[in-house]
Write a protein that binds this ligand. Structure first.
Ligand SMILES: Cc1cc2nc3c(=O)[nH]c(=O)nc-3n(C[C@H](O)[C@H](O)[C@H](O)COP(=O)(O)OP(=O)(O)OC[C@H]3O[C@@H](n4cnc5c(N)ncnc54)[C@H](O)[C@@H]3O)c2cc1C
Length: 374
């Protein structure tokens, strides 16, 4: 087997890289270990504004996220394009509300909104009477919110299944193997897996938390880390929530699917049980997460939770990593960074453009893997 491009990692980023490579005329194969893809555990929020959770937990990484805000906006638009081509994915783009429960939180949102406006995001601050016009179901203690018009939500189970079917129609195969190492010689790239060894002209590394270790042998240290996170979904609710909901200080995302169920998450921790087991659910995360949801939207308090689960997110330095490795020009990195489901399709497309030698959609300098060598 010797494809033009071997894509390692078949989550949303790898799938979309493979699709664009195929559109560009490349012979492409994917290889995936089948271990803890964030893509199959995620919540389907299309994040654009800076998340207060991320700002609180990773303050050192905020400059990288802030500088990438135009990429987030373009990524949400890429999802709209995919929805038109291959959907519908229940994609709704009515904006995202970040709620404040007091004056200090409102001041935080005001300052954040100014920074986001400077980066081209469409945001505004709403007082309680304005909120009542679009979200009358909010708890009485909510004093205001930041509304980011660029945000939205979709049903990831529908989107993933449809996009996987499109890849199948194109005849793009996914091999099951855990990749251990990558090396480059004059004739191309050798990828060493647990079950077999593969040759390709080029490789796209879209293996999220597994990427850093994989490229270490090429002399580059990308600090990808696995971050296990908790999620819940309720039975269908009578309340109608069209916005993506977050909080200025507390970890939460909350949104309603097309059939009425409410998906509640937002970064509560789960138990890491290693790469070949899904993360375990922690009772404290379950209880804390749904209790907070019911405080923000009291009608949620009367609903039954029908399922909880946990999945593996990936963190690195806050920014996306896209482009050729200076140490091995045949290896192209495709790591989306924070809110990776939002960014994945655009990052996959940009990595495919690099591999195809085409002009990328955006200035790539900021995302270059060379920053890790430095
Ligand atoms: C619970 C949860 C909720 C989330 N909610 C949202 C959300 O609402 N919105 C949002 O934007 N983001 C969300 N995220 C983040 C998002 O899901 C991920 O960032 C995104 O899916 C990453 O996509 P990816 O294709 O880059 O990587 P992944 O989907 O993580 O896929 C990586 C793939 O690489 C493979 N792999 C790893 N190592 C190897 C190896 N050595 N050899 C072969 N294959 C390997 C794995 O098997 C996996 O299939 C959430 C994450 C979690 C966990």
């Amino acid at each position: 087997m010797h494809p033009d491009v071997l894509v390692i990692g078949a989550g949303i980023t790898g799938m979309m890289a493979a699709l664009h490579l195929s559109d560009g005329g490349a012979r492409v194969t994917m290889v995936d270990a089948g271990e803890n893809a964030g893509t199959w555990a995620n919540a389907g929020s299309l994040h654009v504004q800076m998340q207060s959770r991320f700002m609180r937990l990773y303050p050192d990484q905020v400059p990288a996220v802030e500088a990438s805000l135009p990429l987030y906006k373009a990524a949400a638009e890429e999802w709209v394009r995919l929805d038109t081509l291959y959907g519908p994915f229940e994609l709704v783009r009515k904006g995202g509300l970040m709620l404040a429960e007091g004056a200090e939180q409102l001041r935080f949102l005001e300052a954040k909104a100014q920074r986001e406006t400077a980066r081209g995001l469409s945001v505004e601050l709403l007082d309680r009477p304005a909120l009542d016009r679009i979200a009358p179901w909010l708890g009485p203690q909510i004093v205001g919110a930041e509304l980011c018009h660029d945000e939205g939500k979709l049903n990831p189970l529908i989107a993933n299944a449809r996009l996987l079917a499109v890849l199948g129609q194109r005849g793009i195969a996914t091999l099951r193997d855990r990749i251990l190492a990558i090396s480059q010689d004059k004739g191309g790239i050798t990828v060493q897996g647990q079950s077999a060894s593969y040759r390709a002209d080029q490789v796209i590394v879209a293996s999220a938390w597994g990427a850093g270790h994989m490229v270490q042998g090429l002399g580059v240290t990308i600090p990808t880390r696995a971050e296990p996170l908790h999620m819940n979904i309720t039975e269908a609710a009578a309340v109608s929530i069209s916005h993506l909901i977050q909080h200025a200080e507390r970890s939460i995302t909350l949104k309603q699917l097309g059939q009425g169920q409410i998906v509640i998450g937002g970064g509560w921790p789960a138990l890491d049980r290693g790469r070949s087991m899904p993360p375990g659910v922690l009772a404290a995360s379950f209880l804390g997460n749904v209790a907070l949801a019911a405080r923000l939207v009291p009608q949620i308090g009367g609903l039954r939770v029908i399922r909880t689960w946990a999945g593996m997110n990936t963190t690195a330095d806050g920014g996306s990593t896209i482009g050729r490795l200076p140490q091995a020009q045949g290896v192209v990195m495709a790591l989306p960074g924070d809110a990776g489901y939002t960014l994945g399709p655009l990052v996959g497309r940009m990595a495919a453009q690099v591999a195809l030698g085409a002009q990328p959609d955006a200035d790539m300098a900021r995302f270059a893997p060379a920053r890790f060598a430095a």
